[in-house]
Design a protein around this ligand. Structure first.
Ligand code: SF4
Length: 371
């Protein structure tokens, strides 16, 4: 097997549709985030949704804790560029209200709704309007009887909890759902998802819940989700960070990029730098990431401080720079070019080359389409 091939064999799941986004089956793994503004503040919530969408998210979740928030949700939905998942706990009337207002997915646990007639009314509304449901179980809010049965949150306990909700939907003959079994502990979450993946056919929504602040949370999520995704488990994901939701989307794509599952924007290869560096690699990388934040086309750019690894990394990159005395070497698809990069402003020149490259790619695609 060549390392250029992706060795991941994806778990076969059924497919559901959240607005115009397909989840599961052979659909790309969807990246989502969640707003943290007050839902009743329509302007702030719409602005945050737009920022999340601009970062590349496929879906966004919005909490709808009250009827007042449901009314705000109606206005938010009208202005959202991407499908919305409404997060509802317990109150079936809110679920019915947002279903009326065009919600794309309901995150509600049927077992928490209460009376059978209420559960039925929510499921019937979802069926009528083609709205899928996300069942979401969380290690931090496991039912008391399961806590007692298992003594502590375990993968089995999480899955048993999820299956209670799954069974309700099965009984009502509703199969348009996805399930999450999140926990803040990596092994607990991974164990639960592995078990669940064998028990149901529906898509799985991955997440390490309450993962932590921007850096530690990203690492924890990358480890947990990396284990699952590399086993082919997972159809959509949310990185939970105590940080700007836009960061969650970026980390989500970085995880997918690292496993070569889905790419968006530039995949940078950069050396950590050392005393051999011929230009300031760290400063260049920080600048480049900012300068090229708007690029959504997938491509690989290597930024390497010297010739020890520069030409080699350039071989697996679309564009590359390898540090040399005063003027560094520039590579296109692994081929050394005549153009040399002045070590005094590598970021600026590389940005210009990336943009030229993207224009050229666009032109080539247009020519191909005319043929
Ligand atoms: S590629 Fe060169 S500059 Fe970068 S870390 Fe290695 S030896 Fe140092």
């Amino acid at each position: 097997m060549s390392y250029a091939e992706n060795p991941i064999k994806r778990r076969q799941s059924t497919q559901i549709k959240v607005g115009n986004v397909l989840i599961g089956g052979d659909a790309p793994i969807a990246v989502q985030s969640m707003t943290n503004t007050k839902t009743t503040d329509v302007e702030a919530t719409v602005a945050q949704i737009q920022a999340i969408a601009k970062a590349g998210a496929d879906l966004v979740r919005v909490s709808v804790p009250t009827m007042e928030a449901a009314e705000a949700f109606k206005l938010i939905k009208q202005q959202s560029p991407i499908p919305l998942v409404a997060d509802i706990h317990f109150d079936y009337r809110i679920a019915l209200k947002v279903a009326e207002y065009g919600v794309d997915c309901l995150r509600i646990n049927p077992g928490n709704i209460g009376r059978e007639d209420r559960i039925r009314s929510v499921v019937e509304a979802a069926r009528d309007k083609n709205i899928p449901i996300r069942i979401g179980v969380n290690g931090g809010s496991l039912e008391a009887d399961l806590q007692e049965k298992y003594g502590e949150p375990t993968p089995e306990a999480l899955v048993e909890s999820a299956m209670r909700h799954v069974d309700i939907l099965d009984r009502l003959n509703f199969d348009q759902f996805k399930v999450s079994v999140k926990a803040s502990d990596v092994f607990l979450a991974v164990g639960a998802y592995r078990l669940l993946a064998k028990q149901i056919k529906q898509p799985l929504h991955l997440g390490i819940t309450e993962a932590g602040g921007a850096r530690a949370g990203a690492v924890k999520s990358a480890i947990g989700l990396g284990m699952l995704l590399s086993e082919g488990i997972g159809d959509t994901l949310r990185i939970s960070l105590a940080a700007d939701p836009v960061e969650e989307v970026k980390v989500g794509f970085d995880i997918l990029k690292s496993l070569r599952i889905r790419s968006r924007g530039i995949n940078f290869i950069a050396c950590p730098s050392c005393s051999r560096q011929e230009f300031d690699v760290i400063k260049t990388m920080n600048e480049l990431e900012q300068r090229l934040e708007d690029v959504v086309d997938p491509m690989t750019v290597s930024v390497i401080g010297c010739v020890v690894n520069g030409p080699g990394e350039a071989l697996i990159s679309d564009l590359g720079v390898a540090g040399a005395n005063r003027m560094s070497g520039f590579y296109l698809k692994g081929q050394r070019q005549k153009l040399r990069i002045d070590n005094n402003n590598v970021a600026e020149q590389l940005e210009a080359q990336v943009r030229l490259y993207l224009e050229e790619q666009k032109r080539l695609i247009e020519i191909k389409q005319l043929d």
